[in-house]
Ligand binder design. Structure first.
Ligand SMILES: CC(C)(COP(=O)(O)OP(=O)(O)OC[C@H]1O[C@@H](n2cnc3c(N)ncnc32)[C@H](O)[C@@H]1OP(=O)(O)O)[C@@H](O)C(=O)NCCC(=O)NCCS
Length: 161
């Protein structure tokens, strides 16, 4: 059973867990903000999400075990930009597929968006392989923060998840 828990509803222990994941080397090297995040900054970030309707972050639970984080940002009535990472302390094989499927379903079926966008560092082949499996198509390449990135997109009518 898959459950999504909004960051604004996380208890203190869950907030700490998410910070530990986000600061893990294997996660932050793939993020635009790659410096370790402090506890205060993390709290301020989570508190800032209350009442915002253009950003949503969730911990994904599978059978009550936390397996990853998914997010939608730049949310409009039509589209959003997605992000995700797997729990770096679990045996991560296959978690990517579970959390991305949960995110796509949430975005298209619960939130009724039409298009999902994402940006991924070119060197992050693992993430790209995952996105391609879900039929995300490359739309352009560019440089951000002095690193080459790939922009991909998925439309609801092309989603097979
Ligand atoms: C991206 C991430 C969520 C993928 O999760 P995961 O559970 O490790 O993913 P999976 O094991 O399902 O692997 C996805 C696919 O990529 C393939 N893959 C693994 N390593 C690869 C590599 N180096 N090059 C190309 N493909 C690779 C896998 O074979 C798998 O395909 P399969 O299901 O046919 O075996 C996870 O690695 C992660 O949290 N990474 C750090 C954060 C991150 O990069 N987020 C995305 C930012 S754009």
């Amino acid at each position: 059973m898959i459950e999504l828990k909004n960051f604004v509803d996380l208890n203190a222990e869950e907030r700490k867990m998410v910070l530990t994941w986000r600061n893990h080397d294997s996660i932050r090297t793939h993020m635009y903000t790659d410096e370790p995040i402090g506890e205060k900054e993390h709290e301020t970030f989570i508190n800032s999400l209350s009442g915002r309707n253009n950003k949503q972050y969730f911990v994904v639970y599978k059978n009550h075990a936390p397996i990853g984080v998914i997010d939608l940002t730049e949310i409009t009535s039509e589209s959003a930009s997605l992000g995700l990472y797997a729990n770096p302390f679990s045996d991560r094989k296959g978690i990517g597929r579970i959390i991305l499927r949960a995110l796509i379903r949430y975005a298209f079926e619960t939130f009724h968006l039409s298009t999902l966008h994402l940006e991924c560092f070119e060197e992050n082949e693992k993430a790209q392989a995952l996105y391609k499996k879900f039929d995300f198509k490359e739309i352009k390449r560019m440089i951000r923060y002095e690193r080459p990135i790939i922009c991909m997109e998925l439309n609801r009518e092309h989603s097979a998840s």
